[in-house]
Design a protein around this ligand. Sequence first.
Ligand code: G3I
Length: 306
Amino acid sequence: GSLNAKFVSHGKKFWASAADQGTINIASNQALLKADFGGVTPENSMKWDATEPNRGQFNFAGSDFLVNWATTNGKLIRGHTLVWHSQLPSWVSQISDKNTLTSVIQTHISNVAGRYKGKLYGMSTSLKNEILNEDGSLRSSVFSNVLGQQFVNIAFTAARAADSTAKLYINDYNLDSNNAKVQGMIRVVNSVNSGGKLIDGIGTQTHLSAGQAGGVQAAITALAGTGCEIAITELDIAGASASDYETVAKACLNTAACVRRVPSQLGFITSWGVADVNSWRASSNPLLFDNNYQPKAAYNGLLSIM
Ligand code: G3I
């Protein structure tokens, strides 16, 4: 059976991959997406610089391609990402007025999330991406500098209004052991959710170094203490050893919030791409398929443990 089929047999929704028009149009890559993965996340096409390069001027060519391909091929879709300090057009980073920035965030989210209303599981990886520093404090960005932590509430409230069925995720990297950043994430999520649940899920990107997988279980368990569902949203591991991949998969399989806790909670893992040749970390060979789109030891290892 395929990677996704094995994963689903454990009560999971899907094992997904990042994709976009460029990688979908590579025949060998598309064949693997169809055979082994149950869902996709837009690697770049749904980001702010792609969808609203100028204020009020929207471009959905790339994200429509991804969403149409996924729909035609029966793949679930996680959105990525509505508000992020990176790949952000300069017209946004220049705003210094609170009311203007609030309205700009609301307009962006209502247009992007509204366009794909009802089609996304999680406007997620992430509605809000990478808001924390390594010590768990709020990262400096135009959003936090102008609006403080309130920008998180503004963004999630706008997303809920635009698509009431999408699971709303907050997403970050280096949440790979029960560290200060994990504690910062827990603090922000509990604070934002204290007036009513706005954040449904926490995405942990899980871009790992070789041998770093051992802390993942403790991190996921701590994050699940918020009552949110947990997803591994951008998995890749330098060197891609079978044991590192198996450790991460087991951490998700072993954790109620990362498996299905109630029917509305659907645990899953997203690989940040299919084959090493197209990875943002290509030189560290971090994915499950090699430069020739052949399965690696980690792929076979995962099939053997699931
Ligand atoms: O589209 C332009 C193209 O027109 C231009 O000719 C070319 C020249 O460099 O650049 C192209 O844009 C690139 C874009 O990917 C699309 O391919 C950017 O340079 C490149 O920086 C961008 O990299 C993406 C990166 O996010 C940007 O921060 C990676 O593909 C993408 O995998 C990566 O994904 C992020 C997640 O969204 C969030 N978490 C971290 C993760 C890794 O950085």
